[in-house]
Ligand binder design. Structure first.
Ligand code: ATP
Ligand code: MG
Length: 560
């Protein structure tokens, strides 16, 4: 095996094998098939990057197919959100298609199957049919309606379609084998009556095809060569193939279903149904709440599309389900933001610092580096004055020799500014520090080139000028679930594990360059983490989300 072949994942190997066996490259065609019953989540990102990644690699078209066969759960809002998310991730679909585009074709094929004696109308209750299904170790029982005449089946099916019956009165079933070892092959349901308007076909239909009946046939109609889905569909593959056998006429475009492992992320859930409960039961504010594992939540939190693509590439695809630690996702965003996010100063838990020997009323606009990762350094101006804010935790009245921040009698550098020395504190009647007094070395300004500016002091802390500071709401998030696998215990509802302290709101004091920041703008608040402007911001009322902290905990895990 050459190195190139070795690096192929098992999905690519399947494709390469098919190409070797004569499948022309121009016949390669993929699809990403979400059901529009919720917003896309980080698990879907894996499937999107897989399918669209294959499209790019083989220069093959990729369809965005909405699997919209259940009007009781699906909505236009979700269609729009899904399109926005796929686009934002950076992918272009060849065709925007809908399973509902094929309702007529599917219906016509179903009629043909009835005529061929391959499908029948069953009129029992769902409970009775469930009992007749048997178990993996016992065979099923034939429905008393299994041998209805073709004429009767055609008549009933047409009347089902015309809306003459209530939901549950009849269904259409494929006639396969009630003693089949694969339970899914025991006369599976093809159509059920649902009397709900569909977001696209409105009231045109009141019978809707089941996933198994619609999916493979949609693949076939679109000439999809490889239909990749998650592992839970492995037992469905036999049925997928059986349904195709009923309609495929040209073997060379017969789609092939293959399965890969679902990707789960720690400390969250990745299931639209469960994410929907978080929203409807008020644990988060919306589908795009920055604590959600949705693509839109991650985007709002400050994740970039590149970081999510990089995450999906790094975990790759697998044959077995597993739980990916969220710290890997955090590593990916930190890596990207380190490159692109401008550095700024912001104080989130302020205490006032007065430079007693700095002239009253004076202000200076100092040069500050925007991003040391930039090839050509650019600068901005930050105002300095007599009264500043610093982080409360950056000061201790008494500290041991390991404390490299501000303390009484010792020197520390104010980032981009001067070296100062702690002199005294002012306290309120409860003993809380209300002001710190310090003196500065007027010759020590950063970048001034003076001897004093080159003087080494142990610590550097950030600050903002009190008079110039811009106040902002800063939303700081913790994990949404206290358990790493809230979904893992089937006895306990995942909502039991919701972290009651996943959101903390503080008032931040920011350097004034941030006053013009716009929704989505991303920054490193030096020494504090990465933050981005939330959509709730209004003029003069900025709201920031904390994307992720600066500490690289993942790297430590890896080194262990
Ligand atoms: P959910 O349970 O969240 O609704 P789903 O599988 O029902 O997920 P679909 O909209 O039907 O969601 O999925 C679209 C595609 O994304 C399918 O091919 C599905 O297999 C894939 N997919 C969904 N969740 C994951 C995941 N966690 N990891 C990888 N692929 C996923
Ligand atoms: Mg689903």
């Amino acid at each position: 095996m050459s190195t190139k072949e070795k690096s192929l994942n098992f999905i690519e190997q399947i494709i390469e094998e098919d190409l070797k066996n004569g499948l022309p490259t121009e016949k390669l065609h993929f699809r990403f098939p979400p059901e529009p019953n919720g917003y896309l989540h980080i698990g879907h990102a894996s499937s999107i990057c897989l399918n669209f990644g294959l499209g790019l690699k083989y220069n093959a078209p990729v369809n965005l197919r909405f699997d919209d066969t259940n009007p009781s759960k699906e909505e236009q809002e979700f269609v729009d959100a899904i399109k926005q998310d796929v686009e934002w991730l950076g992918y272009k679909w060849a065709n925007e298609v809908y399973a509902s585009d094929y309702f007529q074709q599917l219906y016509d094929w179903a009629i043909q199957m009835i005529k061929d004696g391959k499908a029948y109308v069953d009129s029992q209750t769902s409970e009775v049919m469930a009992q007749q299904k048997g178990t993996p170790s016992t065979v099923g029982v034939d429905s008393p309606y299994r041998n209805r005449s073709i004429e009767e089946n055609l008549d009933l099916f047409e009347r089902m379609k015309n809306g003459e019956f209530e939901e549950g009165a009849h269904i259409l079933r494929a006639k396969i084998d009630m003693s089949h070892k694969n339970m899914l092959m025991r006369d599976p349901i093809m159509y059920r009556i649902i009397k709900k308007a569909h977001h696209r076909t409105k009231d045109a239909w009141c019978i809707y095809p089941m996933y198994d009946w619609a999916h493979g046939e949609s693949d076939y109609i679109e000439s999809i060569s490889h239909s990749f889905c998650t592992l839970e569909f492995l037992p469905h593959r036999e049925l997928y193939d059986w349904f195709l056998d009923q309609v495929v006429t040209e073997d060379n475009i017969r789609p092939k279903q293959r399965e890969f492992a679902r990707r789960n992320l720690s400390h969250t859930v990745v299931s639209k149904r469960k994410l929907a409960r978080l929203v409807s039961e008020g644990h988060v504010t919306a589908w795009d709440d920055p604590r959600m594992s949705t693509i839109s939540g991650l985007r709002r939190r400050g994740y970039t599309a590149a970081s999510i693509r990089n995450y999906a590439d790094t975990i790759g695809i697998a044959k077995r389900d597993n739980l990916i630690d969220v710290s890997l996702l955090e590593f990916c965003i930190r890596e990207d933001l380190n490159k692109i996010a401008p550095r700024v100063m912001a104080v989130l838990d302020p205490v006032k610092l007065v430079i007693t020997n700095y002239p009253e009323g004076q202000e200076e606009w100092l040069d500050a580096e925007n991003n040391p990762e930039e090839e050509v350094m650019t600068y901005r101006k930050v105002p300095f004055s007599k009264e500043l804010y610093i982080e409360r935790e950056d000061f201790k009245e008494e500290a041991n020799s390991k404390f490299f921040r501000l303390t009484l009698g010792k020197e520390v550098r104010l980032k981009n500014a001067y070296i100062i020395k702690g002199e005294s504190v002012v306290k309120d009647e409860h003993g809380n520090i209300t002001e710190i007094h310090a003196t500065y070395d007027a010759d020590s300004r950063s970048g001034s080139g003076s001897e004093a500016s080159k003087r080494k002091v142990k610590g550097t802390i950030h600050w903002v000028s009190a008079a110039h500071a811009v106040e902002a709401e800063v939303r700081i998030y913790d994990r949404l679930f206290v358990d790493e696998n809230p979904d893992g215990n089937k006895e306990v509802d995942f909502l039991e594990f919701v972290n009651p302290n996943s959101l903390e709101i503080v008032k931040g004091y920011l350097e004034p360059s941030l006053s013009t920041a716009k929704e989505g703008d991303k920054f490193q608040f030096q020494r504090m983490g990465y933050f981005c402007v939330d959509k709730d911001s209004k003029p003069n009322q900025l709201v920031f989300n904390k994307t992720v902290g600066l500490r690289d905990t993942w790297a430590k895990v890896e080194q262990k």
